[in-house]
Structures are given as C-alpha cells and as structure tokens.
Design a binder for this molecule. Sequence first.
Ligand code: PDD
Length: 288
Amino acid sequence: MIPNVDNDSLVYLNGELVRLGDAKISVLDRGFIFGDGIYEVVPVYHGKPFRIHEHLARLQRSLKKVCIETGKSDADWEHLLRDMLKRSGLADCTLYLQVTRGVAKREHGFPTDPCEPTIFCMVSPFARPDAKKREHGYSVVSMPDLRWQHCDIKSVSLLGNVLAKQFATDAGVDDVIQFRNGHLSEGSSSNVWVVKNGVLIAPVRDEFILEGIRYVFIQELAQKLGIRFESRAILQEEVAAADELMLSSATKEILPITQYDGKAVGNGKPGPVYAQLRAGYDAAIAAL
Ligand code: PDD
C-alpha cells in the first residue's frame, strides 16, 4: 500500500499495464541508484492534453542531452500517453512520464552491456490552483540556488529542488525564489516572472533554468495581449523592487506571488499583468 495514492489505478511500466500498488522496479535501476533519468509532466484539461507536442519535444531533448536511447518516436510517446489517458477515464489530470537509463551493475559510467531504459507512466487527478491561491497569491522567500549547472535538463535528480521546497516549508511560506550569483534563476519547481513598469521580464533560457513549457506559452500570450516582454539577466534587487511577481508550471499554471521575503509585492495583491495573463491562460484552456 502506497499512502495517498489510488493503488488500484493502472500504470505503464516497460510495456505492461499494472496496478500502481503492484508496480515494481529493480533496486539496481539507475533511476533509483543515481537519479539517472528524465521525466515530463503534461497537464490535461477536460480530457485534452495541453501542449503535448511541446512536452514531447522537450522529452526528446532531455533524452538526447543525457544520451538515453529509447528508439521511440514522438508518435510512439504520444500514443502511449493518449492511451494511458483514455484508460484512466480522467478529465482533469496530469500525465507523468519517466525514463531512466535502466537496470545495470552499479557503476557510474554508462553501462557497456545492452541496457533497456525503464519507462514508467502514470495518470493522476489534477486539482487546478483554487480561487484562494489565485486571489491571495503565493508567499516566497529568497535562497541561493544550490543546484547543478544543467537545470535545463528535466532530470529526476531533484534533490536540490526537494531541499529548496522544504526550505520554503520550514520557513512557513509556499515556495522559494532561487538566485545564482545574484541573478534570478527559478522557483523550486516553477519558472519565475517579474513585472516592472508594465514590462514582463523572465530570465534567459540558459542551462540555469528549466525551459518551462509555460515559459514559451506565456511569452506567446504576452505578445498576443500586447504586453512588452524581455528575456534577460535579472538582479536580486530587481526582484525585491518588482511591481509584480509570478510563477508558472504545469500544475500551478500561472500564480501571483504577493509576499516576497516577508514584504508585500506591489500593493500585496495580484497585479494587472497577472490578471491579463491569467485570463489568457484560462481562455486557452477553455478553447482546448
Ligand atoms: N515542474 N522549473 C522547474 C525546476 C520545474 O520543475 C518546472 C516544472 C518548471 C516549469 O516547467 P513547465 O512549465 O514545463 O511545467 C520550471 C514540474 C511541474 C514538476 O516537477 O512537477
């Protein structure tokens, strides 16, 4: 019995459908031993995956960056995800897909003998951010970004992110904003947005942040809505002096940050640029 999950739900593991409660992998799986794998989280609204092709393109990029070969095409992945979605019967959910390098003797270098990647997919119910979160926003604290220099890879090696989220929990807030060498990187599991004088600003998409699927989506929304957008290095002082702050991710969509290091952001309420982007986001979901 795994607590807090539906143990009877069906998951995909290496070509088979099994009960979540019965799904097993080897203790020598390199995902378990080394965190040697990558993943994706695709949100689904009323049975329709949101930006699935963008997610699959990022999946293939992550696989390539860590040299895991699955032999699967975008069409194969899409078929797998859509099949799991259909079987789940869920309308609002997330599709979680994980690929590790597979099972091998514990040696750090890539296995030299043939090694089949481990492929796992589960579908989980997804509770969209509620009205309280949308209206009151998130409280965050700043912290140094202690992670590695390949944050662009959607790796399952998430210890740095786990510790960052726990830092927030221990501080009694919702999340953190991380800074590397005095510059904004991202949240514990989200991209961060700054608004100053009506301009929407996000950090450059380099190896220090994950290229969020919403990063590009929100950039497109801004363009459509006539909001000026800049992608550039953002100083910690600029974040502290922002008119608005926001974060985005598959499961948080776009949310306002209204408290930063114990102080109100702007007037402490979600701002006008957030309101515009929020409306655009909701409209895109409704139009799926
Ligand atoms: N996290 N940055 C980090 C470190 C993340 O983990 C995520 C998403 C993002 C936003 O990416 P996207 O817009 O593609 O969701 C940015 C997922 C949701 C997770 O780990 O559950």
